[in-house]
Design a protein around this ligand. Structure first.
Ligand code: FAD
Length: 318
């Protein structure tokens, strides 16, 4: 079922969903199930599976020259989605990127999803690869998520890249896109970012999932601004419980979000990461309670591959 239908059918009840990462190459699929199993009692209508593009690794040769090697450390997004749908009878949502994809790769990826009965897809640009400062699309790929949304929407209309194909079958994807309550790192202003968010919606996006935030007011202000700009589709908040002291620096650096002083002080007062995990759970429970009270349709949790803290939060909220 489509995410938008899950929201409609819930009749205003707040639902629980979460995101998982594919395991590192070499690890077994069971590691994913071990993370999902404890969360199934909270009846997630859908589970997101991230996509991880290739990375460049440089190996030094005996003659001192460097050899570039391209590796995908976390392959398997589509296979995991199929496995989740098959095992749990829950909608799995693969993330798909502009980065590393030609438009032909994108079309073939979408055809696989359609054949597997996957009805939702999260369309993202992706970040620059580690060796680059700015995002560089594939020569025959998309530069922005709005272009990717456009291609998905074209396939929904039965328009394939090869316009000589006749009597084509139409896909019916529900399309999710990302948004940033604290602004995307590269956007010159929040207004500019929302301007391009509107473009993704105009091209066919059906719902939004936000970047993580630790201060609900930022989410409420963002939603208000979007609604004032005429954005009417669901804006699902993304939530992440802080789990280690290191994340105090890592999260702002990597995701360009601020942490409230009160949370920082509580984390700094912890003696070990077990205590930090507890602080992170409590903070996230309080965020979740307030969002639920505000009638938000879905609370979406970033599990980052470990579900014990998400379980602890969900058991207090759902
Ligand atoms: P876009 O919407 O294309 O926006 C990128 C930037 O370009 C923004 O600053 C925007 O304002 C600007 N912009 C947009 N259109 C134009 C235009 N036409 N002209 C000029 N500027 C423009 N990354 C992964 O690699 N894998 C994942 O699975 C993944 N999942 C994610 C899930 C969520 C919910 C979120 C919030 C992020 C996720 N990301 C993931 C990270 C995401 O790929 C990065 O944040 C990326 O830098 C931006 O992606 P986007 O889809 O928001 O890009």
């Amino acid at each position: 079922m489509k995410v938008t239908d899950h929201i409609k059918n819930a009749n205003g009840k707040t639902q629980f969903s979460f995101e998982i990462l594919p395991p590192l190459k070499g690890e077994h699929l069971q590691s994913i199930f071990d993370n999902i199993d404890p969360l199934m009692e909270f009846n997630p209508p859908f589970i997101d599976v991230t996509y991880h593009r290739e990375e460049y690794i440089y190996k030094e040769l005996e003659n001192g020259l460097l050899k570039k090697k391209i590796v995908k450390k976390r392959p398997g997004t589509v296979g995991i989605c199929a496995a989740i749908q098959n095992k749990y009878q829950v909608d799995a949502i693969p993330h798909i990127l502009c980065g590393g994809f030609t438009t032909e790769d994108t079309e073939n990826f979408l055809i696989d999803l359609d054949f597997l009965g996957i009805q939702n897809v999260m369309a993202l640009r992706g970040d620059p690869v580690k060796s680059e400062t700015y995002f560089k699309p594939d020569k025959e790929g998309h530069a922005y998520a709005s272009d990717l949304v456009n291609q998905i929407q074209e396939l929904n209309l039965g328009n394939y890249l090869d316009d000589e194909l006749l009597n084509t079958s139409k896909t019916d994807f529900c399309i999710g896109v990302a948004a940033y309550p604290e602004k995307h790192a590269e956007a010159p202003s929040l207004d500019s970012d929302i301007y391009f968010l509107k473009k993704k919606i105009k091209k066919g996006a059906n719902y939004i999932v936000t970047q993580m935030f630790f201060d609900n007011q930022k989410y409420f202000d963002f939603v208000k601004k979007c609604r004032n700009e005429g954005i009417t589709i669901p804006i699902i908040p993304g939530l992440k419980p802080i789990a280690t002291k290191k994340q105090l620096n890592l999260i702002p650096h990597r995701f360009k979000v601020d942490l409230p002083d009160e949370l920082i002080h509580e984390v700094l007062n912890c003696k070990n990461n077990e205590q930090v995990r507890q602080v992170g759970v409590e903070w996230c429970v309080n965020q979740s309670k307030e969002l639920k009270k505000a009638g938000i349709p879905v609370l979406h949790y970033y599990s980052m591959g470990r579900s014990d803290n998400i379980r602890s939060i969900a058991s207090q909220i759902f």
